[in-house]
Design a protein around this ligand. Structure first.
Ligand code: SF4
Length: 351
């Protein structure tokens, strides 16, 4: 059932169906064409947001937002060459970022407890690895996962490529989700990364899925890609069956010393369009407004929520780049009347 739209402005008119019949199509599909997705992405903004918000209300508690906290558990020295990433060893001379060791389990637990106390319900851990290697370090990560789950938080890791067996060990430790982003379209991908293939990424997602993990997979806009590339990336994600449960949409944060350091910032409305299109193509997913949020005004962020975002990275730091102040986020959430998602209760609690 659709919730009836409510209006708070005196002169607002109630319009029966201002966009099209599509606004009431709630089906979950896995057969999208990229042309269809691109035409949604480029549709008039009010139609796009209306359609996204309609679908959002059909599948989600409309005012719920999940706060996910992200910690870099192993920073720098990554052998991959992702052009946007300051953690790549390929650009370390230019970025000056030093390779660090894997964090201690106790330190990770300390930060997870702190994130939980501040309101986060998902704790994500990122390691700048090309792939997971079996051994002490992976065993430590498994301990971190068990520890975070024992706090009643969801645990997510992003550790690079993963075999089926490693995915199973993570699932057995209680991992909630595995993050592995597609980054961009298959066609634009080689402009951004050459050290692993698009198919490698899809294989890792398949391994995680087969082990019973939920998937967190999205991408980045603002790297010089076209609207066709953006639509293609969403098409690949939306044609996975089932859809990823979590879809982070990032705006590039150009970092000095990386090949994309001079990339012009995106128009914030492009982010609104991406979020709305992701919401329409994958109605049940938690769409996460991720990196780049710091550069958006309060009003842009509100539009992103209206377009269907229902998750944010929360905390002052996102791996190696800064994020919005946690206090500002809580103030915005309160001002909007949003409720913080609580995975233990399965519903939302007031801030
Ligand atoms: S794999 Fe991850 S950590 Fe490594 S360069 Fe790419 S984005 Fe950075």
């Amino acid at each position: 059932m659709l919730d009836k739209p409510t209006h708070h402005s005196d002169d607002a008119k109630i319009v029966d169906d201002p966009s099209s019949a599509d606004a009431t199509d709630h089906s979950i599909r896995h057969d999208w064409s990229s042309e269809e997705i691109q035409s949604i992405l480029e549709s008039p903004l009010t139609d796009l947001i209306y359609r996204a918000q309609t679908l959002h209300r059909a599948y989600h508690d409309d005012n719920s937002v999940q706060l996910a906290s992200l910690m870099s558990i192993k920073t720098g020295g990554c052998p991959e060459n992702c052009s946007y990433c300051p953690q790549s060893a390929h650009f370390s001379r230019e970025t000056g970022l030093k390779k660090e060791k894997l964090s201690e389990v106790d330190e990770v637990m300390r930060q997870a407890k702190q994130a939980k106390a501040a309101g986060a319900s998902r704790f994500c851990m990122g390691a700048a690895w090309r792939e997971v290697r079996d051994g002490q370090e992976f065993d430590d990560v498994l301990d971190m996962v068990r520890g975070i789950r024992s706090l009643g938080m969801e645990a997510c890791t992003t550790l690079g490529m993963l075999t089926r067996e490693q995915a199973q060990r993570l699932a057995d430790a209680g991992l909630t989700a595995y993050n592995h982003n597609l980054d961009t379209s298959p066609e634009f991908y080689s402009e951004i990364i050459t050290t692993r293939t698009y198919q490698d990424r899809l294989d890792t997602l398949a391994n995680a899925r087969e082990a019973g993990l939920t998937l967190c997979s999205g991408g980045i806009i603002g790297m010089g890609e076209s609207n066709t590339d953006r639509a293609r990336m969403l098409q690949v994600l939306a044609n996975l069956d089932p859809h990823p449960e979590s879809v982070p949409i990032n705006a590039l944060v150009p970092v000095k010393g990386t090949p994309l350091e001079n990339q012009a910032p995106i128009d914030p409305l492009e982010m609104v369009r991406m979020i709305a299109t992701a919401r329409i193509a994958m109605p049940k997913a938690r769409v996460r407004l991720s990196a780049g949020r710091r550069n958006f005004s309060r009003e842009t962020q509100i539009l992103c929520f209206l377009a269907g975002a229902n998750s944010i990275f929360y905390g002052d730091k996102l791996l190696t780049t800064s994020n919005n102040e946690a206090n500002e986020d809580l103030a915005l959430i309160e001002e909007m009347g949003l409720k913080v998602f609580d995975p233990v209760k399965g519903d939302s609690a007031g801030v």
